[in-house]
Ligand binder design. Structure first.
Ligand SMILES: NC(=O)c1ccc[n+]([C@@H]2O[C@H](COP(=O)([O-])OP(=O)(O)OC[C@H]3O[C@@H](n4cnc5c(N)ncnc54)[C@H](O)[C@@H]3O)[C@@H](O)[C@H]2O)c1
Ligand SMILES: [Zn+2]
Ligand SMILES: [Zn+2]
Length: 394
């Protein structure tokens, strides 16, 4: 079959790879009908090169049709439509029982000291072949796949794999007080969806920060007050002005380690990207790789006693943080990988609602065939051609 593979830093290809097959009784194989490209994939594109191998199949936002089922699968049959959550989890361990599927104790990637695996997301997350491909093997299919009704477009359901539960979790963790202000930093697909979820959940006031004019305009069209600037001091000042000098009650950080405005970290990261794996991994632990500009903005702009909800992915082990400021401001921080299935009861009625309250039907900016994926990665990384959310239809 054909699949999107990582060849090296900034080198994505569409290649012929072996067809997936049933390996365990709890597996299924699906034919992928839609598969998202995520801002998280851009971290693999460059920064996390030390944890990638040439030929790794990318993608953790797939949906499709069941082709084949393992002998232990009784609730799905060939032809069923399913969305595949990004996390691979068992559904019945201590962590899954507590809605922490990203920490599943049955599937944790223990040899790397990491939580539950993700499709197509490097050695750190289990080297599981991803879903930007014609077919996908789905392990733990007795728990993971979410059935989708017939007759509705993929675009309404595909975001259940990652974008929707991530945005929902981010807003939940932000714990915005009644009549409070939520600041969302970064308005890519994740930050954009977080603003939509927040407004839907009745958050009084939603302010966004974004430097890309296309993304700023998208959020503005939905009623978000967007600060379109990239200088940390200017943003902090503007947020203080808008919040009576206090700062936002809650901040969602939706940028992560590719944040613009961190020239020193960018140089260290560029070095790490081209080093051999062992040296690159070591550099990550000693010099750090995170570009912290947006996280520092979040720390500047959250009010004293407020909550910071970090959705952006960070990967460094040695990046300095202003601990004095965090301590003195008494900030609550929540963060981490999405727990996709945790939020299904909240999300299913929304994606099923014909009125489409979150605007899912028009959320994607591009639909492309598999062959165009390398160009789409480049366009997303360089923010060209109005690319915000790209869906692949293999
Ligand atoms: N926690 C999770 O489970 C989870 C799930 C999905 C995505 N993510 C992460 O969420 C983040 C956002 O994902 P996405 O798909 O929207 O990515 P994206 O790259 O499309 O969006 C990031 C946005 O941040 C903007 N930006 C960059 N630097 C900025 C700065 N200094 N200040 C303000 N804005 C800035 C960019 O212009 C861009 O629009 C990524 O780090 C991604 O890895 C986390
Ligand atoms: Zn994703
Ligand atoms: Zn589990």
């Amino acid at each position: 079959m054909k699949a999107v593979v990582w060849n090296g830093p900034r080198d994505i290809d569409v290649a012929e790879v072996p067809d997936p097959r049933i390996e365990e009784p709890t597996d299924i194989v699906i034919r992928v009908t839609t598969s998202g490209i995520c801002g998280s994939d851009l971290h693999l594109y460059e920064t996390m090169a030390a944890f990638m191998d040439a030929g790794d199949v990318l993608g953790h936002e797939p949906m499709g049709l069941v082709m084949e089922t393992g002998s232990a699968i009784t609730h799905l049959r060939p032809g069923d439509r399913v969305v595949i959550p990004a996390n691979i989890a068992c559904g019945h361990c201590f962590m899954c029982d507590r809605g922490l599927q990203s920490q599943c104790e049955t599937t944790q990637v223990r040899e790397q000291g990491m939580g539950a695996p993700l499709y197509g997301y490097s050695k750190l997350y289990g080297s599981i072949p991803g879903g930007q491909a014609e077919y996908l093997r789905v392990p733990r299919a007795d728990y993971g796949p979410i059935p989708v009704p017939e007759g509705v477009p993929d675009d309404r359901y595909v975001y259940l794999s990652d974008v929707l539960p991530t945005a929902w979790q981010g807003v939940d963790y932000a714990a915005v007080p009644e009549d409070g202000t939520l600041l969302v930093i970064g308005l890519g697909p994740i930050g954009d969806m977080a603003t939509r979820v927040a407004m839907h959940r009745g958050v009084g006031r939603v302010i966004g920060v974004e430097r890309d004019p296309v993304r700023a305009a998208r959020a503005r069209a939905n009623g978000v007050a967007v600060l379109e600037m990239d200088d940390r001091a200017d943003i902090s000042e503007a947020v203080l002005e808008l919040t009576g000098g206090r700062g936002a009650d809650s901040v969602v950080e939706a940028v992560g380690m590719e944040s613009h405005g961190s020239p020193l970290a960018r140089a260290a990261r560029a070095a790490q990207t081209v080093l051999p794996d062992a040296a690159g991994q070591a550099l990550m632990r000693t010099v750090g790789v995170d570009q912290l500009a947006s996280l520092l903005t979040a720390i500047d702009t959250v009010r004293r006693g407020g909550t910071l909800s970090v959705l952006g992915v960070y990967g460094g082990m040695a990046d300095p943080l202003p601990m004095l400021v965090l301590f003195d401001k008494q900030v609550t921080i929540r963060m981490g990988q999405l727990n996709a299935r945790r939020w299904l009861d909240d999300l299913l009625p929304l994606v099923g609602d014909e009125a489409d309250p979150l605007g899912l039907a028009s959320f994607a900016t591009h639909h492309i065939p598999l062959a165009d994926a390398p160009q789409a990665y480049e366009d997303l990384a360089k923010k060209r051609d109005g690319a915000v959310k790209v869906l692949i239809n293999p």
